[in-house]
Design a protein around this ligand. Structure first.
Ligand SMILES: Cc1cc2nc3c(=O)[nH]c(=O)nc-3n(C[C@H](O)[C@H](O)[C@H](O)COP(=O)(O)OP(=O)(O)OC[C@H]3O[C@@H](n4cnc5c(N)ncnc54)[C@H](O)[C@@H]3O)c2cc1C
Length: 382
């Protein structure tokens, strides 16, 4: 008899768990309270971003996830761009950090390259070359269009694995082998809860004890002037060097932080850095800021968006870009430096959450690992 599982939530984490279970021969029903997923997973840059992960387990997980993204996208006809990423340096201390990172990443065989300002100007004309010292190009990164991809995957999964999706269906209670959805109890062998930033509704007591919080990010989308070519890669300014875990390996990052704290005060709280990704329509997704807490002002601050745009103009020629849309997104994030939370509050009930700003990058690889462990009975978690 094939095992049955219910997955709560059709964001990237729920979809990744669904894929991993199906690959192992489990019959999956996904229950999603919205008509289609509208949470963090469609609000992001679509950056599948190994460069941000420390070498070893996390980098390997990100690379595995990226390979799964490619495989699924090829099969399902979902657009993606394996365009890599470029981190830019306009200050000597940023250039120093990039050189240290290149040295460290090369030792781990990560495909990174230091580019001169001339090489960058030649290859990526939208990048601002005034004062540019150089950049670190990485071949690993992949861009997907989250709105399209997260909505296309359920159709593909239904076809490929005969997975059932129950949309507009809210799980209000659950226990071992059973889930209450829209007032009716449904039987199952396993329940996987992937409810993203709404972690408190189903398990209020449990989550009140965990080192988890939420993060609100402000984002914008622009259409470049018609004459502007594709930007060619995903681009980050120097502030991003203070953002990702993998960059902490650089010994001079501390001094860079100190300069940011004294010269870039408005960007420090709410922690801002500026990244750009481009979708298949040519639109540019720009962000972001990071506000932490359990509830947020629902209204976005134009001053934050202005700071993001001011910084953007220091590294991109964005003069004729037309604003298309603005929005915010909220994700769940661990506060104790854990990379996710995976636990089993009851027999055969599993919670996977708290991937922070790396859910698009890590979910497929992580889900494969945790599902394999559960099915092999390697894991007894409480
Ligand atoms: C602005 C922004 C930019 C980001 N950029 C990137 C990026 O470029 N690269 C990257 O790797 N990561 C990025 N991230 C992080 C990434 O988007 C998140 O880690 C990831 O989307 C979290 O996925 P999730 O499935 O846990 O949550 P969600 O996508 O929020 O999905 C949870 C789903 O569960 C459903 N749900 C909740 N409770 C119930 C219930 N009781 N019954 C039924 N359904 C329920 C919700 O409706 C929702 O659809 C970004 C995040 C944001 C917000």
């Amino acid at each position: 008899m094939r095992k049955k599982a219910i997955v709560v939530g059709a964001g990237i984490v729920g979809l990744a768990v669904t894929r991993a279970l199906s690959e192992q021969g489990v019959d999956v029903t996904v229950i999603e309270r919205s008509e289609k997923a509208v949470g963090a997973s469609i609000r992001n840059f679509g950056m599948v971003w190994p460069i941000g992960q420390p070498s070893g387990k996390m980098y390997n997980r990100a690379v595995r996830s990226r390979d799964i993204w490619k495989e699924l996208a090829d099969q399902a006809g979902i657009w993606y761009d394996p365009c890599g990423s470029m981190h830019l340096a306009y200050h000597a201390d940023e250039w120093q950090v990039l050189q240290e990172l290149k040295f460290l990443f090369s030792q781990e065989n990560r495909p990174t390259f230091l580019w001169s300002a001339d090489m960058i100007a030649d290859r990526f004309p939208t990048i601002q070359t005034k004062g540019l010292k150089g950049g670190l190009f990485s071949k690993d990164e992949l861009i997907v269009d989250p709105r399209k991809a997260i909505h296309a995957l359920p159709d593909f999964f239904s076809e490929q694995y005969h997975i059932k999706f129950l949309w507009k269906s809210t799980v209000t209670d659950l226990k071992t082998n059973s889930v209450k959805v829209n007032g009716q109890w449904m039987d199952t062998d396993m329940v996987w809860v992937c409810s993203g930033a709404d972690f408190e509704t189903l398990f209020p007591d449990l989550f009140s004890m965990l080192a988890i919080t939420k993060c609100k990010l402000q984002m914008m989308r622009f259409m470049p002037a018609s004459a502007t070519p594709r930007i060619g890669t995903a681009v980050c300014g120097g502030l991003s060097l203070a953002h990702y875990q993998s960059f902490k390996a650089a010994s001079s990052l501390k001094e860079l932080h100190q300069r940011f704290e004294s010269e870039m005060k408005p960007y420090i709280a709410p922690a801002m850095h500026v990244m750009v990704s481009q979708n298949q329509l040519g639109e540019l997704t720009i962000g972001d800021s990071h506000e932490y807490g359990h509830s947020f002002d629902p209204f976005d601050q134009s001053s934050i968006n202005q700071l993001i745009l001011d910084y953007l103009a220091t590294f991109m020629h964005c003069e004729n870009w037309k604003l298309v849309e603005t929005w915010n997104g909220i994700y769940a994030k661990m506060t104790d430096n854990s990379t996710e939370i995976f636990l089993s509050p009851e027999k055969d009930v599993f919670i996977l959450n708290g991937l922070g700003g790396a859910g698009m990058t890590l979910s497929f690889g992580l889900a494969e690992q945790v599902v394999a462990k559960v099915l092999e009975n390697e894991i007894i978690i409480k």
